[in-house]
Design a protein around this ligand. Structure first.
Ligand code: NOJ
Length: 554
């Protein structure tokens, strides 16, 4: 399959203002070695199939050396590839192949914490309290009579206390260290120049290897309020971060911004528009926009669209607020519907409003989704999203309409959230299941041996890429059509003009395309030539849960 014209990189500079970036979750994308875990050679071998989607870039979740306690977000060497994913030579081959197909490559970087197996942390454990080795992390004496209680009351995002007590080298119970996430992910001390200099160097290491930018993990973390005051975060905010509006002492401290300005100076040393994209779960949007001021990052994930209820008015509000707020700081808005931390949108959109957000769903989740309704809504939401100006993010498998995998047995689940809450929260495994490529092959083509690190639901066979490619009306063909049109008509760099529409229906024009999204309204008459539809549509009355693009009247 030869790349088509539609795969050429976005012309001109500042490509990131209108880009479509496809998230690859390496563990679950394609497994060339056959051990059941995806790897870099697997990605290289499948890149051509992504070029077929007219995306601008891929973002790879971490593939660095890691004990994999949090699926690679626990990094023990920031400058090497974990053997389960391949080698640095495999990385070089992957990036070369991507660039030859006109696809840029963004890598994840995880500055808030390292793995507990990182040499720095091992050195800290072996050193004495107060030593320079301990200074690189956040060690404190405990409270209580003998230091047997944690230094404060903070709760880890994954459940349980945010502190773990160490045994000192002499065998006595000792200090405690801070970890916003799992015990295996000690927070680094970003007050220290040595930590800052180390990450400047890590950035340069990957920039020198040709990466086009970084997705910055937990970009609202890093700096903690002086004195580490007690604080209780609401359950909802605790789900993946959030919380800036609540004056949290560990999220969104002002001090993070000087770090991002410093990183921006590093990326600006390199030619070719290298970018920084923040994962910063902070609210409200005006606050989030601080991460993308002109001298900070280029993009931030705007999770507002993803978190909006399935309600026409709410979606319009999010779109307007996002364009206005990011526009006010000169940054593009981004749009996201799914990622490796959230319930896949083909499932999430048919769960009621009380659905657990970001905690995963399982067989006992009340009001389990209607698969048909979920996929209809997911496609409608995507088609609306792809018509909006700014940067769009796609998460691997959403172009196949994959639903969340719900029936994962407890002993197969791997997310630390599941283990740390003793099964109370399902965690994120359900959106991380290995992709189906070919319906008739072992593991649906994910791995040659049939091994998969998480079990694949039978439905994934029906939804395999080879079943959908070329099939009129499939989810994959809808994505292909929409992405091609988005590029051809420059929708990402366009501007929207709202049109009057009945309640529950959104209608807008952008770049010669008229978008009509019937979210939750009555069936509505559509005029004009249909360019792409989210569900089969007879060209007359558009039912709810359906979006169409029609040629706008000249
Ligand atoms: C956010 C990442 O997206 C998530 O997967 C990870 O568990 C945490 N950061 C900790 O690194």
């Amino acid at each position: 399959m030869a790349p088509t014209d539609a795969t050429a990189p976005t012309a001109g500079t500042e490509w990131w203002r209108s880009s479509v970036i496809y998230q690859i979750y390496p563990r679950s994308f394609a497994d060339a070695s056959g051990d059941g875990i995806g790897d870099l050679p697997g990605i290289t071998a499948r890149l051509e199939e992504l070029a077929d989607l007219a995306i601008d870039a891929v973002w790879l979740s971490p593939f660095y050396r890691s004990p994999q306690k949090d699926a690679g977000y626990d990094v023990s060497d920031f400058r090497d590839v974990d053997p389960i994913f391949g080698s640095l030579a495999d990385f070089d081959a992957m990036i070369e192949r991507a660039h030859s197909l006109g696809i840029r490559v963004i890598v994840d970087i995880v500055p808030n914490h390292s793995s507990d197996q990182h040499p720095w942390f091992q050195a800290a454990l072996a050193a004495a309290p107060g030593s320079p080795e301990r200074e690189r992390y956040v060690f404190r004496d405990g409270t209580g009579e003998n230091g047997e209680l944690p230094p404060n009351n903070w709760e880890s995002v994954f459940g349980g206390p945010m502190w773990t007590r160490v045994t000192e080298p002499d065998g006595t119970p000792g200090q405690w260290y801070l970890h916003i996430f799992d015990t295996a992910q000690p927070d680094l001390n970003w007050e220290l120049e040595e930590v800052r200099a180390e990450f400047d160097d890590v950035l340069r290491f990957w920039l020198d290897r040709g990466v086009d930018g970084f997705r910055v993990d937990v970009a609202h973390g890093l700096i903690k309020a002086p004195g580490l005051p007690d604080f209780v975060q609401s359950q909802e905010e605790a789900s993946m971060g959030g919380g800036a509006a609540t004056q949290s002492p560990y999220w969104a401290q002002d001090g993070v911004h000087e770090i991002w300005r410093r990183w921006r100076r590093v990326t600006d040393e390199y030619p070719g528009d290298r970018i920084l994209a923040a994962e910063a779960w902070v609210y409200p949007l005006e606050f989030m926009a601080r991460w993308v001021r002109p001298d900070e990052m280029h993009q931030t994930f705007n999770f507002g669209y993803m978190e909006a209820p399935w309600d026409g008015e709410a979606l319009r509000q999010v779109i307007d607020d996002s364009l206005e707020t990011f526009g006010a700081v000169g940054a593009p808005s981004t749009w996201v519907l799914s990622n490796h931390d959230m319930i896949r949108h083909a499932t999430r959109l048919s769960l009621g409003e009380d659905a657990p957000q970001g905690h995963g769903v399982g067989p006992e989740t009340p009001g389990l989704p209607d698969i048909e309704e979920g996929i209809r809504r997911a496609r409608a939401a995507t088609l609306l999203m792809l018509a909006l100006p700014g940067g769009a993010y796609l998460y691997q498998g959403e172009e196949l309409g994959l639903p969340e995998a719900i029936d994962i047995p407890g002993d197969a689940r791997q997310d630390p959230t599941w283990h740390r809450t003793e099964g109370e929260r399902y965690g994120r495994d359900g959106c991380r299941v290995p992709l189906p490529w070919e319906a008739d092959r072992a593991a649906y083509g994910f791995s040659s041996t049939g091994e998969t690190w998480l079990p694949q639901p039978g439905l994934y066979g029906v939804l395999a890429r080879d079943r959908q490619r070329g099939t009129v009306g499939s989810t994959l063909e809808m994505y292909r059509d929409a992405l091609r049109l988005r590029r051809e008509r420059g929708l990402g760099a366009g501007a929207i003009a709202w049109r009057d529409a009945p309640a529950g229906v959104l209608s807008l024009d952008n770049g010669g395309v008229r978008v009509i999204a019937n979210i939750d309204g009555a069936p509505v008459k559509v005029h004009g030539e249909v360019l792409v539809a989210s569900s089969p549509f007879d060209g007359d009355l558009l039912p709810p849960d359906t979006t169409v693009w029609v040629r706008a009247a000249e």
